[in-house]
Structure formats: structure tokens, C-alpha cells
Design a protein around this ligand. Structure first.
Ligand code: TGC
Ligand code: FAD
Length: 388
């Protein structure tokens, strides 16, 4: 019988090209060697050291899907594979790359002026500077169009007032992309975090995605020049366009988390004996493992297809919604099932599974909840918006 790879049952990585496989191998080896041994400690302490950004920058992973300004111009699948291999270690690592590259850098690359791109992108790509993306507010989560943060004109300047919540890296970022309502509608602003009136505090009681910094941002009479405004006309569309990029990364990333959970359960049940034989030898265990293989395979097929559509310039936001919804759901199902297979030990940091499982609770919520993506798909197939 042909030897099949239990972690890639349909040999889907054969669909990657040489460059994509090289990136996979490099990032997998680096993350396993450098990050995995430390991740439990970061998770327990609720931190992700700032220096990780320099390492990821040196590897060329920030904004790697963008072109110019120190960015690699990599294919969508290469970027996806990076998200997958980082999230195989911890969702916090993928989240750092998503926020820096797909949200902050993409916003500047796609919607910034040439001056703004020259000023920020090379530093952000190198990981010398950190960016954050401030869309969510205490009273505006799934419905960012209802935001209360405002920017008003004062001579040649803009003055921002309001607050943002759950913003990744708001306390460590050098530049914050802040979305605010103006007289004409919502616009994006590049706010250097040293600007008087900008402050941020860490959210410390989080039980999920602990190896990632979540923060509240407060904006009190923050004055920025007109050169800080992102270029497009007012509207929510430019902010939402950045989410497409980050959601695409999640579509791939969660496969890594699920793969680690499945591999852990497979390994553990192969070794652990009860009732006189390995747990993996019982039919009920094999049903769980087979279900995980199916979920992982379906998720990988979805991710590959989205990458191909993206490369061809044919990927619609609604298709990304399908991928985010389906793959985050599959990953958490795999994680929950794997957790049961480890018994009591599965509740501790001795295995990576419970850490991934709690991380995936956050991943289900960020970048559009399950329900938001269901409503996006529902609107697409019925033509009837049901958000309000
Ligand atoms: P709606 O009327 O549908 O749209 C307003 C304007 O935006 C356009 N648009 C999009 N453009 C590009 N990409 C998309 N995905 C777009 N979705 C909509 C739309 O065409 C329209 O343009 P125009 O020119 O007609 O004005 O807006 P709505 O207010 O009804 O809201 C729709 C909804 C609910 C889908 C949207 O608000 C939404 O996606 N909500 C979820 C919010 C969300 O995902 N927030 C994420 C914050 S960042 C984050 O979580 C980082 S986590 C870090 C990590 O990755 O780990
Ligand atoms: P709500 O919108 O209040 O939703 C609560 C529940 O109601 C959900 O189940 C939701 O699906 C449901 N719901 C909402 N509307 C409807 C509806 N119309 N019909 C049916 N059900 C509905 N945001 C940023 O801007 N930048 C960041 O860097 C960032 N990083 C994050 C990091 C972490 C770890 C977390 C947890 C969040 C982060 N967020 C960030 C915020 C994230 O995007 C929001 O949490 C998310 O958009 C959901 O908003 P909410 O938490 O306010 O939930």
C-alpha cells in the first residue's frame, strides 16, 4: 500500500510551487526551533516579546504579499503557508503577522500617499517599527459603521477624539491606523503613537490568544497634520478592504493550529494504553481521527482554492468570508476533539492542544464573527441583507 502522509492525506502541498515549499520549510523550521520552546512561557505570562517582530521582519514575513518598499511580492499561497506554519506554533504569531502586514501595512500600501508609503513601509517590513489597526470600539464591534471616534478639521490639521478597544499592539506600536468619522464619512488616519493625546493600556484578563497583546486606545484631542490622512475618499470600504487580507491569512493560519492538535492526538493515542492496548486502536478513537483528517483536508482545499483565485485577481470578499467561516469552525472542532483524546493531561500546557483551542475561540471572533460571515454569505446567495 502506498505510504500516505497522515498530515497531508491528499498530498495537497504538491500543489505548491518550489518557492512556496521553500518558504514553508524555512518558516516551519525556524518557528519550531526558535518559537515553540518559548511559547508556553509567553502564553502563561500573557506576552509576546517585542523582539519577535525583528525576527519576523528579518525573515521577510511582514507584508510579504505586497510589492516594493522592502516587501517581498510573494504569492498568496506563500503568504498563506507562512500563516499556517506560524499558527501551527501559536495563533499569536500569525496574528502579529496579520496585524502588521495585512492590516497596518496593507492600509498604507493600498490607501496611503506615496509619502506615507516611503515613510512607514520599509520600517514596518523590517520589523523595526510596529503598526496597529484601530477599527473596533467599545460600542462598535461587528458594526464598525456605527463608530463614535471622530476627526474634525482645525485649520490644516485634524483633531481626533474617541476610543478603540481590542486593538492588537496598541501599546507597542509606533504608528496606529485609526479609522474615524468625519463630516463626510469614515476616513483613515496615520497616528504616530507618540502624538500627545494618544494613550493605550493592555487588556490583561484575557483567557485566549494570550501570546498576543490586546489593548484599549484612547484619543484625546490628538492633533495630526493633513498629511496623516489616508488618500481615499470617505466611506467604510477602505477599512473593510484591509480585513479581506487578514481574513485570507486566517483561512490558512487555522489549518496550522488544527494540524498541531490532530498530530498531538494521533501521537498520544498511539502511545497511551488503556484496557490493554493503545487508545488509537479503538474504533471510537479512529472515528475522531478520521473526522480530523477530513476537516483538515477540506480546510486545505478551501485555502488553496482561495489562493489560486487571489493570484488570478478573481477573489471576492464573500469567498473569503466562506473560507474564514468554514476553516475557523473546522479548526476549533478539530481542537476540541483532540482535547478530549488527551484526557486530563489535555487540560494543561504539557500539550499544545488546549492552548490552541482557547486561541481559536478568539480567532472565531476576530476579523468578523461566525455570524457576520454567515450573514455575508446569506446576503450573497439571497440578495437580502439581514445585518440590521
Ligand atoms: P456595507 O454597507 O456592507 O459596506 C460598506 C462599504 O464597504 C464595502 N465593503 C467592502 N469592501 C471591501 N471588502 C469588503 N469585505 C467589504 N464589505 C463591504 C461596501 O461595498 C460598501 O462600499 P460603498 O462604496 O458602497 O460605501 O457595510 P455594513 O455597515 O452593512 O457592514 C457590513 C459588515 C457587517 C460585513 C462589516 O461591517 C463587517 O465586516 N463587520 C465585521 C467587522 C470586523 O471584521 N472587524 C475586524 C476588526 S480587525 C480585527 O479583528 C483584527 S484581529 C487580528 C488578527 O487577525 O488576529
Ligand atoms: P459584537 O459585535 O458585540 O458581537 C457579539 C455577538 O453578537 C457575536 O456572536 C456576534 O456574531 C453577534 N452578532 C453581532 N451582530 C449580529 C447580527 N447582526 N446578527 C446576529 N448576531 C450578531 N479589532 C481591531 O479593530 N483591531 C485589532 O487589532 C483587533 N484585534 C483583536 C484581537 C483579539 C484577541 C480580539 C478578541 C479582538 C480583536 N479585535 C480587533 C476586535 C474584533 O474584531 C471584534 O471583537 C469583532 O469584530 C467582534 O466585535 P465584538 O467583540 O464587539 O462583538
Amino acid at each position: 500500500m502506498k505510504q500516505l502522509d497522515p498530515q497531508d492525506f491528499l498530498a495537497l502541498d504538491d500543489e505548491l510551487d518550489d518557492a512556496e515549499r521553500n518558504v514553508r520549510d524555512t518558516v516551519r523550521a525556524y518557528a519550531t526551533r526558535e518559537f515553540l520552546p518559548q511559547v508556553n512561557e509567553w502564553y502563561a505570562r500573557g506576552e509576546l516579546p517585542r523582539d519577535i517582530a525583528k525576527e519576523l521582519g528579518a525573515l521577510g514575513l511582514f507584508g510579504m504579499q505586497l510589492t516594493g518598499y522592502g516587501c517581498a511580492g510573494a504569492s498568496p499561497a506563500a503568504y498563506g503557508v507562512v500563516c499556517r506554519e506560524l499558527e501551527a506554533v501559536d495563533s499569536g504569531l500569525r496574528s502579529l503577522v496579520s496585524v502588521q502586514g495585512s492590516l497596518a501595512m496593507f492600509a498604507i500600501h493600498r490607501w496611503g500617499t506615496e509619502e506615507q508609503r516611503q515613510e512607514w513601509l520599509p520600517r514596518l517590513a523590517a520589523g523595526e517599527s510596529l503598526g496597529c489597526f484601530g477599527l473596533t470600539e467599545p460600542s462598535s464591534g461587528s458594526d464598525p459603521g456605527s463608530m463614535r471616534t471622530v476627526a474634525r478639521r482645525d485649520g490644516d490639521d485634524w483633531v481626533l477624539n474617541g476610543s478603540k478597544t481590542w486593538i492588537t499592539n496598541g501599546t507597542t506600536a509606533d504608528v496606529a491606523v485609526i479609522w474615524a468619522g468625519t463630516e463626510d464619512g469614515i476616513r483613515g488616519f496615520l497616528v504616530p503613537t507618540g502624538t500627545p493625546g494618544y494613550s493605550a493600556t493592555a487588556i490583561t484578563d484575557k483567557l485566549s490568544l494570550r501570546a498576543s497583546l490586546s489593548t484599549d486606545i484612547f484619543l484625546e484631542d490628538v492633533r495630526v497634520p493633513s498629511s496623516a490622512v489616508l488618500a481615499p475618499g470617505p466611506g467604510l470600504g477602505p477599512a473593510l478592504s484591509c480585513l479581506n487580507e487578514a481574513r485570507f491569512g486566517i483561512v490558512w493560519g487555522v489549518i496550522g493550529a488544527a494540524r498541531t492538535c490532530y498530530a498531538t492526538a494521533l501521537d498520544y493515542t498511539g502511545k497511551r494504553e488503556q484496557f490493554g492496548r493503545p487508545l488509537a486502536g479503538f474504533q471510537l478513537s479512529q472515528r475522531k481521527l478520521a473526522h480530523m483528517v477530513v476537516e483538515l483536508t477540506h480546510a486545505s482545499l478551501t485555502a488553496l482554492r482561495l489562493a489560486r483565485l487571489k493570484k488570478a485577481g478573481r477573489l471576492a470578499p464573500e469567498q473569503i468570508s466562506l473560507g474564514k467561516l468554514a476553516n475557523a469552525r473546522s479548526a476549533i472542532e478539530v481542537a476540541r476533539s483532540a482535547r478530549t483524546m488527551l484526557g486530563a493531561g489535555g487540560l494543561t500546557l504539557a500539550h499544545p492542544v488546549m492552548r490552541h483551542m482557547t486561541n481559536l475561540e478568539a480567532v472565531l471572533t476576530v476579523e468578523g464573527t461566525d455570524e457576520v460571515h454567515e450573514l455575508v454569505i446569506g446576503r450573497t446567495v439571497t440578495g437580502i441583507p439581514a445585518f440590521r
